[in-house]
Design a protein around this ligand. Structure first.
Ligand SMILES: Nc1ncnc2c1ncn2[C@@H]1O[C@H](COP(=O)(O)OP(=O)(O)O)[C@@H](O)[C@H]1O
Ligand SMILES: [Mg+2]
Length: 621
C-alpha cells in the first residue's frame, strides 16, 4: 500500500465540512427484531393479493430449480446408463429418450423465464407501493410535528429517514421475502434429492454448510463495514466540494486556495485508501468461495467416486449429486447475504418507526373548536405567561398585555430578549408553560390549530420564498386566488409597479430561496402574500429591518395599508415603524420592562427613550 506523507484522517484540518448524515445511513446493522419485522410486514400485507402472488411465484421458481438437476440426472440414468430397460419399458430408442429429456429441460427453462419475469415485476410493484406509502407517511407526519421537534432534530436526520432509511427498507422488501423463500425451499428440495441419491455422501457434504455460512457471514459484515467507510469518505468529499463552491468568495478573498487544495487532496486520498481496503476484502472473499466449491467437488469426486467403484452408488447418482450441490451451496451463500440485508433494513426500519412514533406536542384538543371568523381584528390577551424552550432557561417571564381588535402592538428590545418567542406563542408554534393566552376570549389551546393559523399572517425578516414564480409565492397565502386577486393585493399595497418591473413581471422565477429578488422586492412579495390571505392578525418579526431607503418608503406605505382593520404585532429594530403603534412593549431579559405609547415612553425617559435617541442619532448621522 502506498504510504503517503499524510495518509491518516487526523491530518485533515478542522475546516473541512463534516460528512452529511444523509449518506451515512443504510449500512448499519441491528440485531434481528421481531416487532420491527412485523411492522414492516404489515406494510406488505396491505396488499395481500400481491403478497400471495409473490409467494406462489417463489414456490414455483424453487420447484423448477430443484426439478432441473433431477430431469438431467434421470435422463442420463434411464436412457444412457440403462438403454435396454428404457427401450423395453417404453418402446422408444435411447436417442428419443434423450430428446424427451432435453425437451423437458427446455420446457423448464421456458417456464423459469416466464415465472422469473413475473416475479421481478410483481416484487417491484409491491416494493414501490410500500416505499410510496412509507415516504408519504413520513412526510405527512413530519409536517404535523411541532417546532420543538425541528429545534431538537437536525435537517440531515429528517432527510435520511425519507432517503437512506427508506432505501434500506426497500432493499429488504424487494429481496428478503421472495428470495429467502426461494432459496430455503431450494436448499431443502435439493438436499432431499441428494439424500435420495446417496445419503452417506449427503452427510459428508452437509458438514460444509455451517462452515460456509459462518465464513460468508464474516466476510459480508467486513464488506459492509468497509463499504460504510467508503460512503463516509465519499460524503465528506461531496460535502467539501459543496461547501467550497458556496464559500468561494470568502476562499478567494482570503487567498486560501492552496490550503484548500491540500485539504481536498487529503480527502481524496482517504477515499482512495478506503476503496482499496474494500477491494482487498472483496478480493479475499470472492476467490474463497470459488475455492470452496472446488473443494466440495473434490470431496464428492473422491468420496463419491470411491463409493461408485465399490458399487454403493451409480454413476448417474454421482452426476445428480454434483448437479445438486451447486444449487445447494449457492442457496446457503445467498441466505447468509439476505440475513445481512435484513439486519441493515432493521436499523433503517427502527429509525423510520421512531420518527413515525414521535407524537407532536401540540395537537388539537379532542373538543377543540374553530376560531370564529369576524369582520374585525383579533383580540389577544397574555396573562402572566411563562415560557422556556429548555426546562432550566426561562425565556419569557410573567408576560401580560392586551391587543384589542384593530390595535397595533410593537415589541422592542435587544436581540435575544424574547420578542420572536412571543410571536411564536401567539401562533402556537410552541406551547407556553403557565399563564393564559386568550384569542378572542378563548384559551389558545382550546382552538383548532388550523383555524387559528388560517387567520394569522406571519412576515419574517428572512422571508421564506419557495421555488416558483412571484405569483406562485403570493398565492401561497390563498391557494385558490385568481390572478386578478393577486394583482389587486399588490395594487392595494402600492407595490404592483415594483413587482411588474421584474424581468417577467409577476411571473419571474424567484430563484433559490428568492435569490433572484432584492431584499425589498422579497419583502413586498411577502406583504402581498400576507395581504391576500386576509388575516385578522398580522405579525411582523423584524420584517422591515434590512431594506434600502427607497424601498423603505414603499414598504412603510404598504405596511400601513396591510395593517388597516387588523390587529398587528410588530417586532422592529427601526423605531420609525414602532412610533405609530397603539402600545409599545419594551422587552428586556424575558420581562416587560416598560409599556406605553411612543410619547408616554419618551416622557418616562427610561429604556425606550434612550433606545430612541440612539436610533435618531444613528439615522441622522
Ligand atoms: N428554538 C429555540 N430553542 C432554544 N432556545 C431558543 C430558541 N429560540 C430562541 N431561543 C432563545 O430564547 C431567547 C429569546 O429568543 P428570541 O425570542 O428569538 O429573541 P428575540 O426575537 O428578541 O431576538 C434567546 O436567549 C434565544 O437564545
Ligand atoms: Mg427575533
Amino acid at each position: 500500500m502506498n504510504t503517503h506523507a499524510h495518509n491518516s484522517t487526523s491530518t485533515i484540518g478542522p475546516l473541512v465540512a463534516a460528512p452529511t448524515e444523509v449518506e451515512q445511513q443504510g449500512t448499519e446493522f441491528r440485531s434481528f427484531d421481531w416487532s420491527i419485522s412485523r411492522r414492516l410486514l404489515g406494510y406488505m400485507w396491505r396488499y395481500p393479493r400481491m403478497q400471495w402472488g409473490i409467494i406462489a411465484l417463489a414456490v414455483v421458481i424453487a420447484v423448477i430449480n430443484t426439478l432441473a438437476p433431477v430431469v438431467m440426472t434421470e435422463t442420463i440414468r434411464r436412457t444412457i446408463e440403462q438403454p435396454e430397460q428404457w427401450t423395453a419399458s417404453t418402446g422408444l430408442s435411447p436417442l428419443a429418450g434423450v430428446l424427451i429429456g432435453a425437451g423437458l429441460l427446455l420446457a423448464l427453462a421456458a417456464s423459469y423465464y416466464i415465472v422469473m419475469g413475473a416475479r421481478i415485476r410483481s416484487v417491484s410493484r409491491m416494493t414501490e407501493r410500500v416505499v410510496y406509502d412509507l415516504r408519504s407517511e413520513i412526510f405527512e407526519h413530519v409536517q404535523r410535528l411541532d417546532m420543538s421537534f425541528f429545534d431538537r432534530t437536525k435537517l440531515g436526520r429528517i432527510l435520511s429517514r425519507g432517503t437512506g432509511d427508506v432505501e434500506a427498507v426497500r432493499a429488504a422488501i424487494a429481496e428478503v421475502i421472495p428470495r429467502t423463500l426461494i432459496h430455503s425451499l431450494m436448499m431443502l428440495g435439493l438436499f432431499g434429492v441428494m439424500v435420495i441419491y446417496d445419503w452417506i455422501l449427503s452427510i459428508a457434504v452437509l458438514a460444509f454448510a455451517p462452515l460456509l455460512w459462518v465464513a460468508n457471514n464474516y466476510f459480508q459484515k467486513r464488506m459492509a463495514w468497509a463499504y460504510r467507510a467508503v460512503q463516509e469518505s465519499f460524503s465528506r468529499l461531496t460535502a467539501n466540494i459543496a461547501e467550497s463552491v458556496s464559500g468561494m468568495r470568502v476562499t478567494q478573498a482570503f487567498a486560501r486556495e492552496t490550503i484548500n487544495d491540500h485539504l481536498f487532496r487529503d480527502l481524496c486520498l482517504l477515499h482512495r485508501q478506503r476503496n482499496m481496503n474494500a477491494a482487498r476484502i472483496h478480493g479475499m472473499y470472492i476467490p474463497l468461495f470459488d475455492v470452496t466449491s472446488q473443494l466440495i467437488a473434490v470431496v464428492i469426486i473422491a468420496f463419491g467416486g470411491w463409493r461408485v467403484a465399490e458399487g454403493h452408488m451409480s454413476v448417474s447418482d454421482l452426476i445428480g449429486f454434483l448437479l445438486c450441490t451447486g444449487g445447494f451451496f449457492i442457496s446457503i451463500i445467498i441466505l447468509a447475504e439476505l440475513y445481512n440485508t435484513t439486519l441493515q433494513a432493521m436499523a433503517g426500519g427502527e429509525r423510520i418507526f421512531n420518527l413515525l412514533d414521535t407524537q407532536p406536542r401540540i395537537t388539537d384538543a379532542p373538543d377543540a373548536k374553530p376560531l370564529a371568523l369576524a369582520p374585525r381584528g383579533a383580540h389577544i390577551v397574555f396573562e402572566r405567561v411563562h415560557f422556556s424552550y429548555t426546562p432550566d432557561k426561562p425565556v419569557l417571564n410573567d408576560i401580560s398585555f392586551e391587543a384589542t381588535p384593530g390595535q397595533a402592538v410593537a415589541l422592542v428590545g435587544h436581540t435575544g430578549s424574547g420578542k420572536t418567542t412571543i410571536v411564536s406563542l401567539i401562533a402556537r408554534l410552541y406551547a407556553h408553560n403557565t399563564g393564559r393566552i386568550l384569542i378572542d376570549g378563548n384559551p389558545i389551546e382550546s382552538l383548532a390549530l388550523h383555524s387559528l393559523h388560517s387567520q394569522i399572517a406571519l412576515v419574517l425578516q428572512d422571508n421564506f420564498l419557495f421555488s416558483g414564480t412571484v405569483m406562485d409565492n403570493i398565492r401561497f397565502g390563498k391557494p385558490d386566488a385568481t390572478d386578478d386577486e393577486v394583482f389587486e393585493a399588490c395594487r392595494s399595497l402600492g407595490c404592483l409597479d415594483v413587482l411588474e418591473r421584474l424581468p417577467d413581471g409577476l411571473n419571474t422565477d424567484v430563484g433559490e430561496r428568492g435569490s433572484n429578488l432584492s431584499l425589498g422586492q422579497r419583502q413586498l412579495a411577502c406583504f402581498a402574500r400576507a395581504m391576500i390571505s386576509n388575516p385578522r392578525l398580522l405579525m411582523l418579526d423584524e420584517a422591515t429591518s434590512a431594506v434600502d431607503t427607497f424601498t423603505e418608503h414603499k414598504i412603510q406605505r404598504a405596511l400601513a395599508r396591510l395593517m388597516e382593520n387588523r390587529t398587528s404585532i410588530i417586532v422592529a429594530h427601526r423605531l420609525s415603524t414602532v412610533r405609530r403603534a397603539d402600545l409599545i412593549l419594551v422587552i428586556d431579559h424575558a420581562r416587560i420592562l416598560e409599556r406605553g405609547t411612543h410619547s408616554q415612553l419618551l416622557a418616562q425617559q427610561g429604556h425606550y427613550a434612550s433606545l430612541y435617541s440612539e436610533f435618531v442619532r444613528l439615522s441622522t448621522e
